[in-house]
Design a binder for this molecule. Structure first.
Ligand SMILES: [Zn+2]
Length: 166
């Protein structure tokens, strides 16, 4: 269920209400699969840049995963006309999540009737699908533009930065 994706990691009924912020650096291209050496190099670089961060993890697969922004999620808009498409979006994202081949991200948005992809919708806050991701828990600062460029150079791919609040 999509609701379980969104609720991932959220603890609202336990004795401890935890609150963490994950920085997740994903490839901007949802189907791009970098060589393992490149992914490892970008992972090492990012963990060196943010040594205070906890639980660094690298995701690398030929199957895209959905990297969402957790409690930061506010809405989904059409990238072409800006229409609020959150209610419509629930069904295609759920169908994609359950599909055997997650490499098909194509959708036709209802407001404009145009073809685009689930990764290209205007998410507030940013989120997206990717075959490679590096995540860090509670880094103190967002990436500076030059740090982002260094990560992109190491990975060999442009990136999108996601902040997941739990
Ligand atoms: Zn539209």
């Amino acid at each position: 269920m999509f609701s379980s994706i969104i609720a991932h990691g959220t603890k609202i009924n336990g004795p401890l209400v935890m609150s963490d912020n994950w920085m997740i650096v994903i490839a901007a291209d949802p189907l791009a699969v970098p060589p393992k050496e490149r992914a490892d190099a970008a992972f090492r670089l990012l963990t060196t840049m943010r040594p205070e961060a906890q639980d660094p993890a690298l995701y690398l697969s030929d199957k895209p995963e959905f990297f969402h922004c957790g409690a930061n999620f506010a809405n989904v808009f059409c990238p072409l006309c800006g229409a609020d498409i959150r209610e419509w979006w629930r069904r295609p994202i759920d169908a994609w999540w359950k599909s055997a081949d997650r490499r098909d991200l194509s959708v036709v948005i209802p407001c404009c009737g145009r073809a685009t992809t689930l990764n290209d919708l205007d998410y507030d806050w940013p989120q997206g699908m990717a075959c490679v991701a590096i995540s860090l828990m509670n880094p103190e600062f967002d990436l500076e533009p030059e740090e982002r460029q260094q990560i992109e150079a190491a990975l060999g791919l442009p990136v999108r930065i996601i902040w997941e609040h739990i």
